[in-house]
Design a protein around this ligand. Structure first.
Ligand SMILES: NC(=O)c1ccc[n+]([C@@H]2O[C@H](COP(=O)([O-])OP(=O)(O)OC[C@H]3O[C@@H](n4cnc5c(N)ncnc54)[C@H](O)[C@@H]3O)[C@@H](O)[C@H]2O)c1
Ligand SMILES: O=C(O)C[C@H](O)C(=O)O
Ligand SMILES: [Mg+2]
Length: 600
């Protein structure tokens, strides 16, 4: 790669320099490094082996997280190679659940990095919003950011997983989500922008903590919040046209509020509402296929009515209406909700938050249920979905009742709250209490379970939005839809359900094995792009030809056919995905063309 004016230098070889053990002898010579590096010359694979060994030697998960964070500063390529090749072991370190612990400790473990050399992302205070153009300009001018971002994940830290208001400490979440974007969906790491709106925190513990790194004041009122967030988003969409914004872990009212304000104006989506809705719909479709009672006869009880619970339930309603032809009122009547005050009914006597009104029951007469136990007895659910942040809310007696109430059908039980310290139950409990009949998915991965009677090893489903947000993001970045519609998200959910291999289906699993997540995500992104083109919203018009050329066999209808017709789209998506490269090879190629190695 040559710079304008013929000066021969580039940034890729810096990775080669940093991962010094990979540097070939002639380069060490050329760079005057003789004697400064151990004699062993390694390839990328050896470096990966050493890095993995060092990672595994750490005793606590938080130490592992810190090791990975440091490694990323040293070598982006090596970091992502490690993530990709050891996804099952590394994902729970850089993402849920350890990222939750990292956020709780963020102000304590924040590294001593130089922001102009290694940029974490943007930390935007209320004061900064008054000079937002300067903030963006500073970001552009940092050494690390030579190219504009194509995706931003943004939070204000107000509802981090189920851990509450963590203020600026929530920055770990956008960072972790974007690392999965790179690993799973092949986005270019240099084009990923994590952002925290550091507008304060209502958590007194942080306000009192001398090491807390964020703004030391309470959160502003709604009017100030929306005005300031609007200033930031307006500037981002103006300065980086075509950039996708993913809203993440905002408190529920602001999650819905921001989505409503921006979804028709710009390329954005809310991961907790739409991403979660999408992934759980995918798992639900697979579960219903195995449950033994048809979708229209399901009685679905949600525990927790926040952005996640309501987002998921709305996607399920859409599915029942569109795919099963059930009228919307009847579909909605298949759902019951419990929140911190009990079963949600229109005549409960309190003023329901706006997002809960749609699902409030009107058919309960005088019956009000104050507890989950009572609601389970009243509803007699076939499916129990937890998004309540209440650890062990699905007690063993409740799980056992799910089993008794569903003697012929298999009960669907999804404890989806994160991290595992907030999960409504474990896989082991759900298996044991239902005679191993449960159809299970959890937000945080649980260990496999060995059925004592048979020795059979059962793998729990992980109903985490990480199965879909990378594909929604990749699809958006590639085809640039004017806006992201529910039907595009819906296409991804159906494609996810259609992505299980024959073996996975035969084993009764609800999601594809995590090891296949990159391959699966490419397929889901292809489904997203295909749908965006069909809706006439893809601004990158070359996808129209690619999609249409695959549709010559007729109109597709359903997940399987999306897969069939999207083959050409899939090939193109895969071709465009970023992958870590052996920096040493690039180094040789580039450096061989360097006239003056001292320029590097
Ligand atoms: N698996 C996933 O991919 C995924 C995605 C998004 C969110 N989540 C998890 O879902 C959880 C909820 O997220 P949210 O954004 O909806 O949060 P939220 O705080 O807005 O919602 C929590 C809900 O639980 C209810 N609740 C509180 N105590 C309760 C109790 N004792 N019994 C019943 N309900 C109770 C609250 O009233 C509220 O409706 C979090 O733990 C989050 O990590 C998981
Ligand atoms: O971050 C996750 O693991 C999933 C989800 O977005 C959440 O908020 O819990
Ligand atoms: Mg989230």
């Amino acid at each position: 790669m040559m710079e304008a004016g013929g000066s021969r230098r580039n940034s890729i070889e810096l990775v080669g320099v940093k991962t010094g053990t990979a540097m070939p002898a002639e380069m060490r010579e050329a760079l005057h490094l003789r004697g400064l590096v151990p004699a062993g010359i390694e390839d990328f694979g050896k470096q990966e082996m050493r890095a993995f060994k060092q990672l595994m030697s750490k005793t606590s998960n938080l130490e592992k997280y810190e090791f990975m964070a440091t490694l990323r500063c040293m070598s982006v390529n090596l970091f992502f190679r490690l993530v990709l090749n050891h996804f099952k072991e590394v994902a729970p370190i850089i993402y849920t659940p350890t990222v939750g612990e990292a956020c709780l400790n963020y102000s304590y473990i924040y590294p001593f990095i130089h922001p102009s050399k290694t940029s974490v992302g943007l930390f935007i205070t209320l004061r900064d919003t008054e000079c937002i153009d300067t903030v963006i300009e500073n970001y552009r001018n940092t050494m690390a950011q030579q190219i504009d971002p194509e995706i931003a994940v943004i939070t204000d830290g107000s509802r981090i997983l189920g851990l509450g208001d963590l203020g600026v400490n929530g920055m770990g979440i956008p960072v972790g989500k974007l690392q999965l974007y790179v690993a799973i969906a092949g986005l270019n790491p240099a084009r990923c922008l994590p952002i925290v709106l550091d507008f304060g925190t209502n958590t007194q513990k942080y306000l009192d903590d001398p090491l807390y790194l964020g703004t030391r004041e309470r959160r502003p009122d709604d009017e100030t919040f929306y005005a300031a967030a609007g200033t930031v988003l307006g500037a981002l969409f103006r300065e980086f046209p075509g950039m996708l914004v993913q809203f993440e872990d905002f408190s529920t009212d602001h999650a819905f509020g921001l989505l409503d304000r921006w979804r028709n104006k710009a390329m954005c989506f809310n991961d907790d509402i739409q991403g979660t809705g999408c992934v759980i719909l995918g798992g639900f479709i697979s579960a219903v296929e195995q449950a033994g009672i048809p979708a229209r006869d399901q009685r679905i009880l949600f525990v927790g009515a926040g952005s996640a619970g309501v987002g998921v339930a709305k996607q399920l309603v859409d599915y029942l209406v569109i795919e099963h032809g059930i009228p919307e009122d009847e579909a909605r009547a298949m759902f019951w909700f419990v929140d911190s005050r009990g079963m949600i009914t229109a005549n409960r006597g309190d003023r329901l938050a706006e997002h809960k009104v749609y699902f409030a029951r009107h058919d309960n007469g005088d019956t009000q249920c104050a507890t989950l136990e009572d609601t389970v007895e009243y509803v007699r659910p076939t499916a129990l979905i937890g998004m309540s942040t209440i650890y062990k809310a699905f007690s063993e007696p409740i799980l056992a009742r799910m089993d008794e109430m569903n003697p012929t059908a298999r009960p669907i039980i999804f404890p989806l709250s994160n991290p595992e310290t907030k999960a409504e139950c474990t896989f082991e409990e759900a298996m044991r209490c239902t005679g191993n009949r449960v159809l299970f998915a959890s937000g945080t991965a649980f260990p496999d379970y060995t059925v004592p009677e048979t020795g059979e090893v059962k793998v729990p489903g992980q109903g985490n939005n990480m199965y879909v947000f990378p594909a929604i993001g990749l699809g958006s970045v590639l085809c640039k839809p004017e806006r992201i519609t529910d039907t595009m998200v819906f296409a991804v959910a159906k494609a996810l359900a259609g992505s299980l291999s024959e073996q996975e289906r035969a084993r009764g699993e609800l999601y594809p094995r995590i090891e296949r997540i990159r391959e699966v995500s490419a397929g889901l992104a292809a489904a997203f792009i295909t749908q965006a083109v069909r809706e006439g919203l893809a601004k990158e018009t070359h996808w129209i030809e690619i999609v249409e050329s695959g549709m010559s066999g007729g109109e597709p209808d359903g997940a399987a056919s999306i897969g069939k017709y999207a083959r050409r789209v899939l090939g193109e998506v895969k071709r465009l995905m970023w992958a870590p490269t052996a920096s040493v090879e690039q180094y040789i190629v580039e450096a061989a063309a360097t006239e003056n190695p001292d320029d590097i």
